[in-house]
Design a protein around this ligand. Structure first.
Ligand SMILES: C[S@@+](CC[C@H](N)C(=O)[O-])C[C@H]1O[C@@H](n2cnc3c(N)ncnc32)[C@H](O)[C@@H]1O
Length: 286
């Protein structure tokens, strides 16, 4: 909130509405007179946020189901010119992770889905059962930064000959068998990186982020702020580079030299914040 500095009468867009926590904090500060646009790919998230934000009234909050890579069109559709603040809190929500049947978590046995928008695109099951070995290996390496990507891709192909890999538990089992001893005794569960990679691929997350950042610059008022919270280095690198590029063109001022990260107290209260990095930039006044 400090970076975004929401104030009465301002227009803000929460491009990753999720369960509406950030949106609620913004609305408390922009009313009266302000407007919040809440966007999410996930209809289930939108339903929860709608309920949570009901008390702010229908005219102050506009909801849109969609991908933030389509921000420009969403603004046009809602008749919004430019905003004073944009927030992107990337990745999946706690609800998506904790709801077993969404298939995001290796901790529960569920169908391999992983789509944030259940109405669009390939599921993780389709990807895992169709992609050639080289592609699986590349995406597990690139999007998961998994050193055993080749072994895991090989094991997936071998398993496909025996039958369809249609559940998270089957995939976890394949990964556990493919990864050597040293990969099983690290800080994180051996399936973490492969699951991250598949999720990024299924939702085409990095391309959406690049596109949204390019569009965002044209959708901010002078002195408007864009704030991005990312949860892994691939996302953070994209944000850092896009901000740097815009700064060198004299379009944005970068607000913090280093990204803000949670302190120990926050991590204790909210363990899922541990990998969060917040970067913010302000449109240069014309
Ligand atoms: C970390 S959660 C946001 C939590 C939210 N800030 C809150 O306070 O509850 C990320 C949300 O962004 C959504 N999301 C991720 N990528 C998206 C995209 N490309 N377009 C629209 N929504 C996206 C997810 O569906 C998820 O609900």
């Amino acid at each position: 909130m400090e970076a975004l500095s929401p104030a009465p009468g301002k227009i803000f867009a929460d491009c990753t509405l999720g369960l509406g926590g950030h949106a609620e904090a913004m609305l408390e500060r922009i009313i009266p007179g302000g407007k919040l646009i809440g966007i999410d790919r996930d209809n289930e998230a939108l339903d929860i946020a709608r309920e949570r934000l009901r008390r702010f009234g229908e005219t102050n909050v506009l909801f849109a189901q969609g991908n933030f890579d389509d921000l420009k069109a969403i603004f046009e559709r809602l008749n919004i010119g430019k905003a004073d603040g944009l927030l992107l809190d990337l990745g999946v929500s706690s609800m998506q992770l904790d709801k077993a049947q969404r298939g995001f978590s290796f901790r529960y046995d569920a169908p391999l889905d992983m789509r944030m928008d259940k109405g669009a695109g390939l599921t993780a099951e389709e990807l895992v059962n169709r992609a050639p070995e080289a592609e699986l290996s590349r995406l597990i390496y690139e999007y998961g930064e998994e050193r055993f990507s080749r072994r895991i891709a090989r094991a997936i192909i071998e398993e496909r000959k025996r039958g369809r890999i249609d559940t998270t538990a089957k995939l976890v089992d394949i990964i556990m068998r493919a990864v050597p001893y040293k990969g099983k005794h690290g800080r994180v569960h051996p399936a973490t990186r492969t699951f991250q990679a598949l999720r990024i691929a299924v939702n085409d997350e990095l391309k959406a982020l690049e596109k949204a950042l390019d569009d965002a610059i044209g959708l901010l008022n002078p002195s408007g702020v864009i704030c991005v919270i990312s949860y892994h280095s691939l996302e953070d690198r994209i944000v850092k580079n896009k901000f740097k590029e815009a700064k060198s063109k004299g379009i944005l001022d970068v607000l913090y030299k280093k990204p803000l990260t949670p302190d120990e107290g926050e991590i204790e209260d909210n363990p899922r914040s541990r990998s969060a990095k917040l970067r913010a930039a302000r449109m240069v006044r014309e």
